[in-house]
Design a binder for this molecule. Structure first.
Ligand code: SF4
Length: 358
């Protein structure tokens, strides 16, 4: 079983962000943490926990006292011996003392929102750090933790040199994991309102291929469409999502997936602070579950474990979906245990998945 905890507070709002977030305001934090604890006590049934992920928002926007209070709540969970415990942090709000606190409370993985090493791009995205600070802070984090992820965003500008420099800067840091996403202009974001448009798909594709080739040449394993890791550093928590396994979500706007029920919490802070955590839930029928299993599983480079699929749904995948044509044309590849998208078609995985369901 896994746990996701949402801390919605941020020191400033990024121009591309459509996550559930609010500007940090001290007056809400202790009440938020009290309710988080209450929600966990009400819903958590004592299962053994393999992974915890505290995301946001920006968990490191909390001050030292608040961060300690948050991490004390984690003691409510029964952790297994080799658990993975990730906290997301921002370059500008990570400090030596906060890292010490996290280490003391059992955090063993840090995911850093770097997004770019280019000062103009960082500014454009609305982040408050500089390239220089990325190097200083990452080296500080490395004094406490070895299991570190960096998030990068590419395709902000159509200048491929920026992507090349970003990847080269990342490689200089010798960090074991990187998540690289293409910029998406979501509705209700500053960039959308300003009329900012995405770069052409051709250039986006060229950048995607550059990133993949460069990282693989340096020994990173491409294990999910947007994720690369040195051997043994794959994100155990994110694999729970891609494997369509069960997890609890606690906190504002979080989602849980338990016993075929997808439950979503409220996005309304005042409702949450008054103990009204729940927004809606939906029991997924077998067809939705199988579709999710395929959509999520095919994000992984190794693909879907066909035996797990058969055990979960009592039927072979190919008895439900006609994938013969996709196999014949080489879009999908299959061996005894796994079904995957051929690597050269991963970039258009959505189109292939749609074809599976039609
Ligand atoms: S730090 Fe993350 S959650 Fe907060 S505004 Fe920026 S992108 Fe959104």
């Amino acid at each position: 079983m896994s746990i996701y905890i949402h801390i919605p507070f941020c020191n400033n709002i990024c121009t591309y962000c459509d996550f559930c977030k609010l500007i940090y305001n001290k007056k809400y934090i202790s009440k938020y943490l009290d309710n988080l604890e209450k929600e966990i006590k009400e819903r958590y049934k004592g299962e053994i926990i393999k992974t915890i992920y505290i995301g946001g928002g920006t968990p490191t926007s909390l001050d030292e006292e608040e961060l300690t209070a948050l991490l004390k709540i984690i003691k409510l969970f029964n952790l297994c011996d080799n658990y993975e415990f990730t906290v997301e942090g921002n370059i500008d709000s990570i400090t030596n003392t906060k890292l010490e606190i996290m280490q003391e409370y059992g955090v063993n993985r840090i995911s850093l929102g770097v997004e770019s090493f280019n000062d103009n791009i960082i500014k454009f995205l609305g982040r408050k750090h500089t390239r220089k600070e990325v190097f200083t802070k990452v080296n500080l984090v490395k004094k406490f933790f070895t299991n570190i992820n960096i998030d990068l965003i590419y395709a902000v500008s159509d200048d491929i040199n920026i992507v090349e420099n970003d990847i080269n800067d990342f490689l200089k840091l010798n960090i074991p994991h990187i998540s690289v996403y293409s910029l998406i202009i979501e509705d209700n974001t500053f960039l959308k309102v300003q009329g900012f448009k995405n770069i052409s798909e051709d250039i986006d594709y060229e950048m995607y291929k550059y990133i993949e080739k460069k990282l693989e040449s340096k020994g990173y394993i491409h294990y999910e469409i947007s994720n690369y890791a040195q051997k043994g550093y794959e994100s155990k928590h994110n694999l729970v999502y891609w494997n369509n396994d069960n997890y609890y979500g606690f906190g504002l706007s979080s989602t849980s997936y338990l016993n075929n029920i997808r439950r979503v919490n409220t996005r309304n802070l005042h409702a949450y602070l008054n103990g009204f955590y729940f927004y809606y839930e939906e029991e997924e029928d077998i067809n939705i579950r199988m579709e999710n299993e395929i959509m999520l599983g095919l994000r992984k480079i190794e693909g879907i474990n066909l035996k797990v699929f058969r055990d979960r749904y009592n039927i072979n995948l190919e008895e439900v979906y006609d994938i013969e044509f996709l196999l014949k044309e080489g879009y999908l590849l299959k061996d005894d245990n796994y079904l995957k998208i051929a690597k050269k078609y991963l970039y258009v995985s959505n189109e292939i998945i749609v074809k599976i369901f039609n």
